[in-house]
Design a binder for this molecule. Structure first.
Ligand code: TXA
Ligand code: MG
Length: 315
């Protein structure tokens, strides 16, 4: 079955496939028509560049012009895994992929099916397999919901991490995180033994360095907001996502994660999508204390996605 999907990719088709983070919408990175299809299927603006997915170091060398020593250390430590690296690109890399920039983002996913598909079909561009503006898909059903029941999806069940990869620019000094993910700043610093900065897009600052940051992601139709002191957990048309606070209530719309933040990250997008399917009006999330943030590396990425969803849901 995987051979058939690989064949479809090699002949210009688009196939969704699982990674350890979220499902990707895959197309051959060397075929401009296939890459175009990805943009039009998603409804994605053409200046938002795509990540190239590889299954070997030699595939990376076809895309990246300079691979700094510290990037090699990161590759040794974290690939295959949820860390995307932004390199200077080779001239032959399609402008379509990079949005006309002189850099290209590459990662090696930590998923057996993804690696096997890429080694058969060649390097694949793969944005998250959702329609632009919807939460990223973490289950095959999410992809089918956005693209139709007949859409080709390699079924790998639920994704292990559930939030998109960390995006790190290794062309700048210091290296800069464009998007926080499962691989944290602390982990990156401990491998390269030097400072890492977090890129902050200033609203007035023209073209962003990572164009994806300006677009709406991660947003359900329901309003997402933080729990506040006035909430009494009685709303029937809301979902409550708690993780620390102990509450006695019979409201079945209350879900408790018992300080399991990796599980909350893994299920967040599914909760967003389920709320929309059930017509729930509000998703109310217990805020995270500074201690929780300091003690759980996934919190940086989790907070980032929740804050985006909250920002976007101010309606
Ligand atoms: O976990 C993931 O990274 C998933 C799975 C499928 O691998 N993919 C994913 O792709 O999240 P996408 O297209 O939804 O997000 C890619 C992000 C965007 O924010 C984009 O702007 C940024 O990576 N990006 C891509 N190329 C870039 C480049 N050359 N420079 C800076 N940012 C880049
Ligand atoms: Mg995306």
């Amino acid at each position: 079955m995987l051979e058939q999907y690989a064949e479809l990719l090699k002949t210009g088709g688009v196939v969704a496939f699982p990674t350890e983070t979220v499902y990707g919408l895959g197309a051959s990175a060397w075929n401009p028509e296939s890459v175009m299809k990805v943009f039009s299927l998603k409804g994605r603006p053409s200046d938002n560049p795509l990540i190239v997915h590889v299954s070997s170091f030699s595939m990376l060398e076809d895309f990246a012009v300079e691979i700094p020593d510290k990037a090699i250390k990161l590759i040794d430590a974290f690939w295959p895994g949820p860390l995307t690296l932004v390199f200077k690109k080779k001239p032959k890399v399609l402008d379509l992929i990079t949005g006309g920039m002189d850099t290209v983002a590459v990662r090696m996913p930590d998923h057996e099916l993804a690696l096997s598909l890429i080694s058969q079909a060649g390097p694949l561009v793969a944005p998250s397999a959702n329609k632009s503006g919807k939460p990223s898909p973490t289950r095959p059903e999410h992809v089918l919901h956005d693209f139709g029941d007949d859409f080709p999806v390699v079924n790998g069940g639920e994704c292990r991490i559930g939030l998109e990869s960390t995006v790190l620019d290794v062309t700048s000094a210091p290296f800069q995180i464009y998007r926080p993910g499962y691989i944290s700043k602390v982990q990156i610093k401990s491998v390269i033994k030097s400072h890492v900065s977090i890129y902050q897009q200033k609203p007035e600052a023209g073209t962003p360095r990572s164009p994806g940051m300006k677009y709406t992601h991660y947003s359900p139709n329901a309003v997402v907001r933080w729990l506040n002191d006035d909430d009494n957990f009685s709303k029937e048309s809301a979902v409550y996502l708690l993780h620390d606070k102990e509450i006695k209530t019979s409201n079945k719309h209350l879900l408790h994660y018992h300080n399991d933040y990796d599980l909350l990250a893994k299920e967040l997008y599914d909760r967003f999508r389920q709320a929309d399917l059930q017509g729930v009006g509000e998703i109310i999330i217990e805020p995270f204390s500074d201690t929780i943030i300091a003690n759980h590396p996934i919190l940086h990425a989790l907070l980032n996605r929740i804050q985006k969803a909250i920002g976007l849901s101010v309606k």
